[in-house]
Design a binder for this molecule. Sequence first.
Ligand code: SF4
Length: 342
Amino acid sequence: MTSEIYERLRRVDPDYYTFERVNDMVPLLDKVRRLKRERHAVLLAHNYQRAEIFEVADETGDSLGLALKAAEVKEAKVIVFCGVHFMAETAKIVNPTKTVLLPDPSAGCSLADSAPADAVRDRIEELKQAFPDLAVVTYVNTTADVKALSDICCTSGNAVSVVRSLPARNILFIPDRNLARHVANNVPDKNIIAWDGACYIHEQITPEAVLQVRSAIPGLKILAHPECRDDVLAIADATLSTSGMIDYARRSDATKFLAVTECGLSDLLSIEVPDKQFYRACKICPFMKSITLENVVESLEKLQFEITIPEETRRQAERAIHRMFEVTSRDAIPLPPNVPVE
Ligand code: SF4
């Protein structure tokens, strides 16, 4: 058992995942599995989580994939969300009868924090004076309060198709300015008004760092997340959501990739696509990495920390999320239509 897990995890980082360290993790992994059975719980893990969390996850995925999975949970009573606060909120919004737990209540998100609900409400009122047809499109990296103010939600994988689907020409896009620019480039007939927010993790990745890796590795394919700066996206071979990157790496004839996003995705790629090589110019999100096996065990033992949302807010946010579900089929998630696989 230990050696199987060790073989998987050492592909991620042989210096960190030593045999001794993995051996020490095994009792905790067993404990999480036992507690999941006792609590009738499922564990959903975002693609940026620690590699050992993937070992006990029932589902891994990007924001949209996990929101869909959370909505489908029927038998289990508890959803343990290994991700950040807005993601656990989304699970509660789409499946309100379940107990949704976030193992670390301080697992926030700088991007979600950049759009406080009061400021968003004021901006919507102001813009509606100038643009009566205004539609409010909210990236899922926002609080439930902000989703409740929105016409429709989107993820990085479906933002372009969500905006294309709207009859309105004037769109307030909240909160990521880089994703807004990516959408504006792909849907030129819309007037995209970007909220001035950004993910401070993706903002730290520079084109110089990416080009340094590219010049050292011939044949490297660069896959960049749309939350990256536009000078980084300009040198990428494809701009993709995290699940889109996994799909691309599986289907591509290329064997060497640089996943330009949070480092957890490179870890997951090393596990999921073991016959290819993944290089790094990534950054670590401390909010994502605050979820550990230890606090997952504690979360299951004490049923902490439970996500609660006022019902009126939840209902309005659910409407915006369901509109997104209606616009995008599951098949549309992995690759936006303008991205060829080479
Ligand atoms: S990587 Fe950025 S957008 Fe994602 S959770 Fe961390 S701070 Fe938020």
